[in-house]
Ligand binder design. Structure first.
Ligand code: NDP
Length: 333
């Protein structure tokens, strides 16, 4: 067996030296547990927060302990009544090749409905984040303009497509021409803007949004959000989902403050954590699977191969290496 530990807390941008791979033995399972062989491991931006020891909505990872995150795996041994060998499950497990885990800590997935990797993406946590953040907080209405930052990522690309289903004008912001092309040509975004090559974001956004901005789904914060918020309409709604442009800053970021824009436009900005909606996950998954089945929602995955490449794949999130959901394929199924 192998596992990946956090051995030092990143300062600024995380580095491969913050992690270490340890050889261990395959655990033996107790009554009520299953042994899960990892197939796909998810790397997610929120993990950066858990690598610091600042207060957040989840406790920090402990130093010299295995990192926990989303994993899809196969049950290869069972001492639990309701899980059989061969079942495919998803859960928050260690960055390990093999995890011994209580059966009620994982959820069985049906591999005949969709590729198993989607349980970590469009039909998992990121998809649900897009669904509830946009529909519950953003409340997009037919004909309105929805702007999404981090638009070519796991969450962002689902947000944009749901907004299209709801009949909105959809404008995405992303960090490469390939991503921008994908959003427009493959996913039907009305406009997409490469923030890395656009000198004046406010001007580009104003051109892209002739009727102003009614919903801003914020994945990144910082300068991009300042530009968007300067163009919001009266009664705008702003689901505050993520702030990835700030996660690696050593000092608090100071910029134009959004409060005035919110005040003069009677706008609503609301932070949320997908877990706030856990009672409604089934509803969200049912609707998302329906849309995927009907071809109304497409998804992309960026798959890196090899257990030892998990840290590298994680670091890639901060360089924008991924189009869609970043996953690591650890073993063949
Ligand atoms: P993504 O798949 O979007 O991956 C991260 C992307 O962020 C990169 O591909 C990169 O794309 C972009 N990025 C990286 N650094 C910067 C930067 N400095 N400025 C602007 N963009 C940057 O990740 P997810 O879809 O999983 O997550 C998106 C956001 O949603 C994150 O902020 C995450 O923390 C948040 N989130 C919140 C949840 C909640 O419950 N509230 C749940 C899940 C995610 P590019 O090439 O465009 O720069």
């Amino acid at each position: 067996n192998q596992e990946i530990l956090l051995v030092s807390r990143p300062k600024g941008l995380p580095h491969e030296d913050n992690f270490s791979i340890l050889d261990t033995s395959i655990p033996t399972i107790k009554e009520g547990e299953v042994l899960v062989r990892s197939l796909y491991v998810s790397v997610d931006p929120y993990m950066r927060g858990r690598m610091s020891d600042k207060k957040s909505y989840v406790p920090p990872y402990a130093l010299h302990e295995v990192i926990i995150g989303g994993v899809v795996g196969e049950v290869i041994e069972t001492k639990a009544d309701h899980l059989n060998v061969g079942d495919v499950v998803v859960g928050y497990l260690g960055w390990r090749k093999y995890n011994a885990v209580e059966a009620n800590q994982v959820t069985k997935i049906d591999p005949t409905l969709a590729p198993i990797s989607t349980a970590l993406g469009v039909l998992g946590m990121p998809g649900l984040t897009a669904y509830f953040g946009l529909l519950d907080i953003g409340q997009p209405k037919q004909g309105e303009t929805v702007v999404i930052s981090g638009a070519a990522g796991a969450v962002g690309m689902i947000v944009g497509q749901i907004a299209k289903i709801k009949g909105c004008r959809v404008v995405g912001i992303a960090g490469s021409d390939t991503k921008v092309d994908y959003l427009i040509k493959e996913l039907g975004f009305d406009v997409a803007i490469n923030y890395k090559t656009t000198e004046n974001m406010k001007k580009a956004l104003a051109e892209a949004c002739p009727n102003g901005i009614d919903v801003y789904f914020d994945n990144v914060g910082g300068d991009i959000s300042d530009a968007v918020l300067s163009l919001i309409n009266k009664g705008a709604r702003i689901p505050l989902c993520g702030q990835i442009s700030l996660y690696n800053l050593e000092k608090a970021d100071i910029g134009p403050r959004a409060q005035t824009a919110l005040l003069i436009n009677s706008a609503l900005m609301k932070g949320f954590i997908v877990g706030d909606y856990s009672q409604r996950f089934n509803e969200g998954l049912l609707q998302l699977s329906q849309w995927v089945k009907e071809g109304k929602i497409k998804y992309a995955e960026n798959i890196v191969e090899g257990f030892e490449n998990i840290p590298k794949a994680f670091l890639g999130l901060f360089k924008g290496e991924n189009l869609g959901k970043q996953l690591v394929k650890v073993a063949e199924w």
